[in-house]
Ligand binder design. Structure first.
Ligand SMILES: [Zn+2]
Length: 449
């Protein structure tokens, strides 16, 4: 989270010069990216530790270990990464300075006049101007995550004069907080491959829990979050998902990048401006979002995004198309009418798994009926599967986030009658995390009857 606004009185200086104690050590660190950072470490008279790099001063009551000693270096890497994700309108000079407080015992920081009692309301992290406050976390990953989250708030405040509306602000900070770090290289905005990679992150679990309990917000509800929504955890997960979606979707990422411009006002008007750019596409966006959430999981690859393109229309004649093996749902362009009869024929061969020489595993090739070696959502891996997406103006229930749209196996040939009608989509059946090594396409002929 970040300051909700309002100026406070200037704080006392972080550490008075008389508090410097001895024991200065300089640890030069050179990253693989050529970032040279020296981290200076001191024990202060008040018992706290202080670590400094070019742009960060970290003050903590935790005895520094290798992870904590690496935090200033992490910050310098993050600074570079933020400038790439969020090109700042100004330069980053040595005058850019941030102080972060990592606190096991928050009360101690209050007593030392480092944390204002009025600010001691936050749950985990808090940014106010050039200061970041972090409560100690149960995993090194999640400590860094919180640091990068609050750091992103700071970067937006410092270079974009604001953070934008809550869904955008918290979503962006969550997105750029989710990271991979090996002590030398930092990657922001990742989709974790497994839960073990991001201990205590839990965003996907929160989304699944809300879906299971029929409490999942739709995209419009997320974009209407107020400044109080993020007092509980799950809106962080949904805001993250919304930003991940817009920042990575092949058709909307340009709109999303254009949204990141100073001043980033915390106002519904900012969201409204963004939505107005997509207004003609909104029914499509809404359905692509639903399909995204339905499949969102560890390892979700960019290729899995559904890009439905333009709105569908009723079929007049047979349609021939290729369904790519390395993508998620693909539009047939066909709007089935209620009680419409459709025949689908498919042929060809695709690769659903590249050869793995180290494991002596050959390439897995599949035809439209699929491989019964593995199943995904009850259908064979590599099978041609179909779904019908409700479309405005057609009968059927309103779209609920927790309803899964039926999918069925088309195989090599399928005759089928659409009950309510809707937008016909096809894909090669595989979990979204497995699409990256696929290749080839099935040739499909769809005939209205
Ligand atoms: Zn935040």
């Amino acid at each position: 989270m970040r300051s909700l606004g309002g100026k406070r009185d200037a704080r006392p200086p972080l550490v008075s010069p008389t508090l410097w104690l001895l024991g200065l050590s300089l640890l030069p660190i050179l990253s693989s990216q050529g970032l040279s950072q020296a981290v200076a470490e001191r024990r202060l008279e008040n018992g706290l530790w202080q670590l400094e790099s070019q742009h960060l001063t970290l003050v903590t009551d935790i005895v520094p270990d290798a992870e904590i000693r690496a935090m200033p270096t992490l910050f310098e890497h993050a600074l570079l990464a933020w400038t790439q994700f969020l090109p700042p309108p100004g330069e980053i000079t040595d005058k850019v300075q941030v102080t972060a407080y990592l606190m096991a015992d928050r009360q101690r920081f209050v007593e030392l006049n480092l944390l204002d009692p009025d600010d001691n309301f936050f749950r985990h992290g808090y940014q106010f101007e050039n200061r970041i406050f972090l409560s100690e976390q149960p995993s090194a990953y999640y400590r860094r995550h919180l640091f990068l989250h609050e750091g992103t708030h700071w970067f937006l405040w410092r270079f974009f004069s604001g953070n934008g509306p809550p869904w955008f602000s918290e979503g962006l900070c969550e997105w750029l907080g989710t990271h991979r770090w090996n002590g030398q290289d930092l990657t922001l905005g990742i989709m974790p491959l497994t839960a073990d990679e991001v201990p205590y992150w839990g965003r996907l679990r929160m989304i699944r829990d809300d879906l299971k309990q029929h409490q999942a917000p739709d995209l419009t509800e997320i974009m209407r979050y107020t400044t109080t929504a993020h007092r509980v955890d799950n809106p962080y997960a949904w805001s993250w998902a919304a930003v991940y979606f817009f920042a990575n979707h092949p058709r909307y990422r340009g709109n999303f990048q254009r949204l990141i411009q100073a001043p980033l006002e915390d106002s519904p008007a900012t969201t409204q401006r963004f939505k107005e750019q997509l207004v003609d596409d909104w029914p499509v966006v809404f359905r692509e979002w639903k399909l995204f959430i339905d499949e969102l999981d560890y390892g979700y690859a960019a290729a899995a995004f559904t890009d439905l393109g333009s709105s569908p229309s009723p079929p007049q004649r047979p349609v021939k198309l290729d369904i790519q093996a390395d993508r998620g749902w693909q539009s047939t362009g066909i709007l089935c009418l209620p009680q419409q009869k459709i025949a689908i024929q498919a042929s060809g061969e695709v690769s659903v798994r590249a050869a793995r020489p180290a494991e002596r595993e050959p390439e897995w090739l599949s035809q439209p009926q699929g491989l019964t070696l593995e199943y995904y959502r009850q259908h064979p891996l590599g099978s041609l599967v179909a779904t019908v997406v409700p479309w405005p103006g057609q009968p059927g229930k309103p779209i609920k986030m927790h309803d899964s749209w039926e999918r069925w196996c088309v195989g090599q040939e399928n005759h089928w009658t659409s009950t309510d009608g809707g937008w016909l989509l096809l894909r090669v059946n595989e979990a979204p995390g497995g699409l990256h090594d696929n290749a080839g396409s099935y040739q499909v002929i769809i005939e209205p009857r």
